[in-house]
Ligand binder design. Structure first.
Ligand SMILES: Cc1ncc(COP(=O)(O)O)c(C=O)c1O
Length: 452
């Protein structure tokens, strides 16, 4: 299982290397007339179905955990699903739905920044506050399917979307579905901290792959996979699924969108997790997973057991946003522009510490990763000195599975700090690093003296 924590340019190269894709059959031919905003596929080099067959139901069942296999349909949820599917007024004595007359709200009117509003009253309001099918609001599912087609143009295999409570929820569900205690899991050496929190109780064998500014280093990944393959029967394909956790997909600043794993997935190995947290609202808790259809039911049963469904009102709001594509594009573009401007501002402020740390200007996402010079381990610098002096940042430790290993990295976020405070924050950071470098030198001298 691969969990790329950041967008990586080497995606295409990576998949080709691992799976030795050979041309056989062109991908589905569709007409894309909409403007090509946030195109996450490579038009000039489309993926082709290769030498291996796409995974079958039987293949997927090999990936499933015992826990996931034991999940069964909740019949009341199935009835809700059927009621929506039939789509006409039914005389229902079945579902335990509350009577809408008891809801204390009479109207919700949400004004949009770009003009227009979402007005919910009467039937539309009661529908927004009622139970809905576990997979998601049917109208929203339709929009999400279209959006994925538009953004990723995935090779024609059976895929479905399911609404989640955001990317973190999707990660949790996937791990529950796919990871047995002790299973090997491949992750970026520095990964989103939420994946580690989910994985830790499973005691997985973590195979952390080092990365550069483009993501995982393909040669190292390939070596690890080949090493693993030796354990398998000769001729068996490498046995893995890819979880593409990508909440920063809309935040790509160099105008050169990166091909997603989904856009190249001719085998049905990719589960893609999307989220609106970073560009719409993190508090709405809204995201979606795009999965090979044979896995859909497992996730649905999980959600049935866990939360019945993601908030209906949230889904109605999202549907409203997605159904006006022009407005959506304009929101996403302005979110991207705002973050790009903030990224550039922090880059400028950081120039004053170029002798103290090194970094690469991020092409995407919300973070700078600084490698601090002359400090053995940044932990106490972040938790003691910096906090004491009123500066918050995250040490690299937070993103490694083994948080006790020393790290030279700190992560700085440019998303929210007032622009007028950026310079001050960096000046403070400079003082902190200088002091920490002195302490490190003193410690080294002491160590040398005691070794003599
Ligand atoms: C890489 C990554 N994945 C997932 C998440 C979780 O996001 P969500 O709010 O969609 O659960 C985050 C949040 O910071 C993240 O950075």
């Amino acid at each position: 299982m691969l969990v790329p924590s950041k967008l990586c340019k080497c995606n295409m190269e990576l998949l080709k290397k691992i799976l030795d894709i050979r041309p056989l059959l062109a991908v589905s031919k569709r007409n894309y007339t909409e403007n090509d905003f946030f195109k996450c596929y490579n038009e000039d080099n489309p993926p082709v179905f290769g030498q291996y067959n796409a995974l079958t139901e039987k293949d997927y069942s090999r990936f499933l955990t015992q826990r996931s296999k034991r999940r069964e349909a909740a019949l009341t949820r199935e009835i809700t699903h059927l009621a929506y599917k039939v789509g006409k007024e039914m005389l229902s004595l079945a579902e335990g739905m509350p009577n809408e007359g008891v809801f204390p709200f009479s109207k919700i009117d949400i004004q949009m920044k770009g003009g227009g509003n979402l007005l919910l009253e009467g039937k539309s309001l009661s529908g927004s506050l009622q139970y809905i099918p576990t997979q998601g609001l049917p109208a929203l599912l339709g929009e999400l399917n279209q959006l994925q087609e538009h953004l990723h143009r995935p090779p024609a295999l059976a895929r479905s979307v399911i609404v989640t409570n955001g990317g973190q929820h999707g990660i949790y569900q996937c791990v529950d579905m796919l990871v047995e205690p002790g299973d090997p899991v491949i992750v970026n050496e520095y990964s989103y901290t939420g994946i580690h929190s989910v994985l830790r109780p499973y005691h997985p064998e973590i195979l952390g792959i080092p990365e550069d500014e483009h993501g995982m280093i393909p040669e190292t990944l390939e070596a690890v996979l080949i090493d693993r393959e030796k354990d398998l029967r000769a001729g068996v394909q490498i046995y893995f699924l890819i979880i593409e956790d990508d909440p920063y997909v809309f935040l790509n600043y160099n105008g050169n969108p990166i091909s997603s794993f989904l856009s190249m997935d001719t085998y049905g190995r990719v589960i893609r997790l999307d989220s609106f947290s970073k560009v719409m609202s993190s508090g709405l808790r809204a995201g979606w997973a795009t999965v090979p259809t044979p896995l859909l039911q497992r996730l649905e049963f999980h959600s049935q057991a866990e939360l019945l469904h993601t908030c209906s009102l949230t889904q109605v709001m999202l549907h409203h946003l997605l159904s006006n594509r022009e407005q959506l594009v304009s929101y996403l573009q302005s979110a991207r522009d705002l973050y790009r401007m903030r990224r550039d501002a922090l880059q400028e402020s950081l120039q004053q510490i170029s002798d103290l740390a090194e970094w690469v200007l991020p092409d995407a996402g919300l973070f700078f990763w600084l490698r601090v010079r002359g400090v053995d381990d940044v932990y106490s610098m972040v938790f003691r000195t910096a906090l004491h002096r009123g500066l918050m940042m995250v040490p690299g430790h937070a993103f490694t599975f083994d948080t006790s290993a020393p790290s030279h990295y700190v992560r700085l976020t440019f998303s929210k700090i007032p622009l007028e405070h950026m310079d001050q924050a960096v000046r403070r950071l400079a003082e902190i690093i200088r002091d920490e470098q002195l302490l490190t030198k003193q410690r080294q001298r002491k160590r040398l003296a005691s070794d003599r």
